[in-house]
Design a protein around this ligand. Structure first.
Ligand SMILES: Nc1ncnc2c1ncn2[C@@H]1O[C@H](COP(=O)(O)OP(=O)(O)OP(=O)(O)O)[C@@H](O)[C@H]1O
Length: 256
């Protein structure tokens, strides 16, 4: 099943075409990686999928439902597509305990009070955190732990898709590997779809079944990860392949 279908999306900011006829499909239980250098339109695409950025034209379907561009996304669909942000220490409210952040997120999603405790415990367990962390403040957490909390927050409403926007870019390599493992396991065990956005092809290739390469708002190449790595069709993809950093090991054992 296609959980996200983006077709011919366009978005301009003045003279800049941030998205120029971009199409993308994310299927259930699969990870689609979006890669491109800074300014290629990755975040604009991610924000459009999350209903946070109004495209000028094109179409967006989530779980088969057509989304009215510029309209308010129905709550159930908003709940089914959740963001894992770049640096959770900036996006988790420093004045709220983990519990309050999770509660706040669940309240915004219309989740009943009676369900919240169990959901919070379940979501923390899914990212291998004990309920002790409910009482921690973001400032007390390392980058890797804070990112696990951000993933747990994204999971509390039982979404179908996680949109990970540079979700490991702020982390050290060993911690990146751990967070990538958490995301891979969630995808495999819960049949989650991931839209994994990164400027770093080395990270994207490790987690993605398919890759879409963006450049200046346009899709230059899309295909199965192995095909793109083995035989890139576009010179820009070849450049990205040449420029990639050493990939993070998928079994890291440090915590930062
Ligand atoms: N709100 C905005 N107002 C004006 N221009 C914008 C806005 N948002 C994005 N842009 C421009 O659109 C283009 C695409 O930006 P976007 O942030 O989507 O790229 P990106 O690939 O995510 O880059 P980065 O990794 O640096 O965030 C850039 O040229 C950017 O300057």
């Amino acid at each position: 099943m296609n959980v996200i279908e983006v077709a011919h999306l366009c978005k301009r900011f003045g003279k800049i075409a941030a998205l120029d006829d971009v199409s993308l499909v994310a299927r259930q239980g699969m990870t689609v990686g979006i890669v491109g250098e800074s300014g290629s339109g990755k975040s604009t695409l991610a924000r459009a999928v999350l209903g946070l950025q109004r495209p000028d034209s094109g179409s967006l379907r989530i779980l088969g439902h057509e989304i009215v561009l510029g309209g308010r996304m129905p709550r159930e669909l908003r709940r089914s597509v959740q963001l894992v942000p770049q640096d959770p220490r900036h996006t988790l409210n420093p004045a709220r305990t983990v519990q309050r952040s999770l509660w706040f997120h669940m309240a915004a999603q219309g989740i009943r009070r009676a369900e919240r405790k169990a959901r919070a415990h379940d979501a923390l367990a899914m990212v291998a955190l004990t309920p002790d962390y409910l009482h921690a403040y973001p400032g007390e957490l390392s980058g890797g732990l804070a990112q696990r909390v951000a993933i747990a927050r994204a999971l509390v409403g039982d979404p179908a898709v996680l949109v990970c926007d540079e979700a490991v870019s702020a982390l050290d390599k060993g911690v990146q590997a751990q967070v990538l493992n958490v995301l891979s396991e969630l995808q495999r065990d819960r049949r989650l779809s991931l839209v994994f956005v990164s400027h770093d092809l080395a990270v994207v290739e490790h987690i993605s079944d398919e890759i879409t390469v963006l450049r200046r708002g346009r899709v230059v190449e899309t295909g199965a990860t192995q095909d793109i790595l083995r035989a890139p069709k576009d010179p820009y993809t070849t450049e990205l392949l040449a420029a990639r950093t050493a990939h993070p090991p998928l079994q890291g054992d440090e915590e930062g």
